[in-house]
Design a protein around this ligand. Sequence first.
Ligand code: ADP
Length: 482
Amino acid sequence: MSEALLKILIIEDSVDDYDLLVMQIRRAGYKLNSKRIESREELINSLEDLWDLVISDNSLPQFNAQEALKITRSKNFFLPFIIVSGTIGEEAAVSAMRAGANDYIFKGNLNRLLPAIEREVRESDNKIKKIKIEKKLEQSEKMYRFLSGSIQDVFIALDADFNVTFWNEHAQNEFAIGNEVIKTPIFKVLPAFENKKLKSLLGQVLHERKSQHFEFQHGTHKYFEGSIYPTEEGITIIAKNVTEQRQVKENLIKINNELETLMYRISHDLKGPVASIKGLINIGMKDFNENKEVQLLLKMFDNSTLMLNNTLNELLNITRIKQGQIKPDPFDLSLLLNDVINSLKFSDGFDDVEIKLEECEDIEILSDKRLFRSVIQNLLENAIKYRSKDKSRKFIRIYASKEKNISTLCIEDNGQGIPLKLQKNIFEMFYRANESSQGSGLGLYIVKSALDKLNGIVNLNSKEGCGSTFIIKIPDLNDLWG
Ligand code: ADP
């Protein structure tokens, strides 16, 4: 303290008394910056400067300490003000202290002055610091309230015992509960948090200090989704009302299911008439076997009917995939591949292509065999169908591997390949990337739908004119699946 520079404003008409005071303070080792004044005007002007302390004589010819104190307080509420008086008067001292003076000291006992100066300067410093901190706190609280009030999400702050410490306006509106919930455990405020899973999630965020995504239902018809974050005091919850999005999603699922059912019904009901047409074509072929022109027409008719029948079968297959239950069973991959290859023996172009099975032995997959078979079948059919007519040696290479419980199967061909700009669409329904395709454009859609159902994925590497590789990854499914 004694090393510090003290700035003291001294109200004193006696130059001798002023000098004595200054000497005493300096003698105690202080560096002093002081100024002597003796009128009201001087005081008002001097208070524009920064002072650590004001010392005032009790009575001056044109002025007194009480008035000086009043003026000082009106300008600076915290500036320490010590009255130094030539007379001992208890009453004067009491009334000065009442008026807000920090101390009252008798001129004959100036020894008391130094400790008083030290104490008051220190306290005033502390007061100023405290006020600054309080102001900062108030500002950041204001900002906190402003921010949490302006976000259109529910914002709830909890302490480490999960009591609500803050609850924004949006939360009040959503849950129709006001600020009376402050200090109440969140489990009592929102019954959804009584749920074991949510309760343990709160604990997890608090102890592991890692945010978590969560969702909950409030009452019978409100749904919320959001995140829980760790904070210094406990945790905060920020959540969005997703009731409307959920309803839209539920409606979409419903409409989608209805469309799938409609697709199934139409394909199913059309299969009967298509079979009749096919029967009639066969009769026509026999009855008009002499007439070449009619035979040609009936052959064309037959081809179209075959295509229509294939499309109907594929549509039925899609609805079965989408709506059917999954039955995981372990199966040997190479056996399944050989089985599918055998079933394709009589398809157009099969003999033209060399099919090589490499590294597929001893891989067992736990999944729905029927669905996975349709994936392989469609990919192999395409690899044969879209073989390159220009290449003398056409091949399909099949290789697989398994790591942990994920199996990877690659079906590579050196066929026509798929132009880069069309590759992003080929898994869409009814999409054909080839003008010469006679297909329904449903094969790869079936592949994708089946893999979606099996939690698998399919990727494509293809270059026009060089060939394509379809890479499938599927996980083993456990018995509880479905
Ligand atoms: P499509 O009935 O036309 O065969 P798919 O859904 O099975 O329908 O395939 C979509 C398109 O992707 C096909 O029209 C074809 O252009 C392309 N395609 C699929 N597989 C291959 C492949 N192995 N090689 C080249 N093109 C392919």
